[in-house]
Design a binder for this molecule. Structure first.
Ligand code: ADP
Ligand code: MG
Length: 234
């Protein structure tokens, strides 16, 4: 589904904007991801572990086609992400990747159903079909009785389940989740993880987390340090 070969991503930090960038001694290059190779297929729940700053989010963004590597290749659904225009890459991502964030990122003015249906607007489905699909997904995540609620009227765990439903709206083959339980207590976190494990039966799911209960459920675990994969378990 998604494959990285020798992927490195560097950022320039400090002095990178403003008048006096050129030759600015304060500018430094940070290697966020260093020479990572990994192939992820449907049916896998892959974990990314490692301390803060070890490159987990950067690697997720590369896998999702939100970002492209400085060197090496990321091939998503058969397309090398660096080889296409950013517009085409956006389309590739929308068609193939669902994303769950730590802070849910739901639109506050829309109902749960509106949030889940939002990614379907671009797909040419009728409003009726979008609503029906959103309701079915909310049912699937155990929120069939919350479709009309706005995010502010839902608990954190419920909001994250809406976010998982939204990530599934376009039926993506790859779902990535960045610290999806970071804002949740153990029990609601476990509900979200159950859901992601269920999702991973027929899709590829990649979860970056500090949460041991999340890492315990993965079928494969990559430990990162300073952007490098130090160990692979499973
Ligand atoms: P993690 O998710 O494991 O905490 P990140 O992928 O966010 O790690 O960050 C890895 C490293 O890359 C850190 O040193 C971080 O400061 C740096 N980094 C990430 N994104 C950027 C960026 N857009 N600009 C500059 N540095 C960045
Ligand atoms: Mg992160």
């Amino acid at each position: 589904m998604v494959e990285c070969v020798g992927v490195t991503r560097t950022f320039t930090r400090g002095g990178s904007s403003g008048w006096f960038t050129r030759g600015d001694a304060a500018a430094e290059t940070v290697t966020a991801v260093a020479d990572v190779s990994v192939a992820i297929t449907p049916g896998e729940l892959v974990g990314l572990a490692g301390p803060s700053g070890s490159g987990k989010s950067t690697l997720l963004h590369l896998l999702a086609g939100l970002d492209t590597p400085t060197s090496g290749t990321v091939t998503l659904a058969g397309v090398e992400t660096s080889s296409v225009s950013s517009r085409r890459r956006t389309r590739l991502r929308l068609a193939n990747v669902g994303i769950v964030f730590q802070h849910f990122h739901l639109l506050p003015s829309l109902s749960a159903r509106g949030n889940v249906a939002a990614p379907l607007i671009e797909t040419g489905r009728s409003k009726r079909e979008r609503r029906r699909r959103a309701e079915a997904l909310l049912e699937q995540v155990g929120l069939g009785d919350r479709v009309q609620h706005k995010p502010g009227e839902l608990s954190g765990g419920e909001q994250q389940r809406v976010a998982v439903a939204r990530a599934l709206a376009t039926d993506p083959a790859l779902v990535i989740a960045d610290e999806p339980t970071g804002e949740l207590d153990t029990e609601t976190g476990a509900q979200v993880l159950n859901l992601l494990a269920e999702v991973a039966t027929d899709r590829a799911v990649v979860v970056a987390s500090h949460d041991q209960q999340a890492l315990d459920r993965t079928t494969r675990l990559l430990r990162l340090r300073d952007g490098r994969v130090t160990t692979v378990e499973g």
